[in-house]
Design a protein around this ligand. Structure first.
Ligand code: DX5
Ligand code: ZN
Length: 220
């Protein structure tokens, strides 16, 4: 049985002066997850928020599952801070030099689910030996750093490849896409095995966000 589709609205496209309001709006639209993009200005050429923002959202009463996407040159140094701040799942990129196995194990030890992320130029083979260790694989469908970019359809074969390994090995991890996801591109990714959909711009700009969330959940 494939995993049921889940929407994870990206807070990056929310109102940065009122993040709790945007987070609440996402939850009230029926999205079970909230995607948090953490950027350090080194691994990606942009800056966003840190653990204190997650903690503040929790204090403001946001109870959504926090899907935390670390775009950091030294992710291993920060997993503890994000776990303590209220992350439920912490994903690290495969590209930076760090002990990925140890960092994934540490995330689990801290009581969170763990994930691995691949940039568009990174082949699926880079994470293949680690697939048994993760709860989620995130395939970037844009170069990370900014919202509002165009979806890269050339990532679809990578999704199919990872989904194939998942089936062959009887693994249960979620397969997530991030970047340029709207209802059209989400359907293409679903057909390639994706079950978890990050959407920033398309979600927050949707005229009816609840209908958007429902449409993702209803993807066959
Ligand atoms: C990009 C981030 C994404 C971003 C997606 O680096 O990882 O999560 O918020 O934004 P959209 O959906 O606008 O492409
Ligand atoms: Zn992201």
């Amino acid at each position: 049985m494939p995993n049921a589709p889940i929407l994870a609205p990206s807070l990056l496209a929310g109102d940065h002066a009122h993040l709790a309001i945007s987070a609440r709006l996402a939850a009230e639209s029926g999205a079970p997850w909230l995607h948090l993009d953490i950027m350090d200005g080194h691994f990606v050429p942009n800056l966003t928020f840190g653990p204190e923002t997650l903690a503040a959202l929790r204090r403001a009463g946001i109870k959504t599952f926090f899907d935390t996407h670390l775009m950091l040159a030294e992710p291993h140094k920060y997993v503890e801070a994000f776990a303590k701040a209220g992350a439920n799942l912490i994903s690290i990129h495969i590209e930076p030099t760090c002990d990925h196995r140890a960092t994934l194990a540490r995330i689990r030890e801290l009581g969170c689910q763990c994930g691995l992320v691949l940039n568009p130029d990174t082949p699926a083979s880079a994470i293949e030996p680690l697939l048994g260790l993760v709860d989620l694989v995130l395939v970037m469908t844009v170069q990370p750093g900014f919202g509002g970019q165009a979806f890269r359809a050339d990532m679809l074969p990578k999704l199919r490849e990872i989904d194939g390994w998942r089936r062959d090995r009887g693994l249960k991890f979620r397969l997530e896409v991030d970047g340029g996801i709207d209802l059209t591109t989400a359907a293409q990714c679903r057909a390639a095995g994706t079950d978890t959909f990050v959407a920033g711009t398309a979600f927050f700009k949707a005229p009816d966000r609840a209908a958007f969330a429902k449409a993702i959940t209803a993807l066959p």
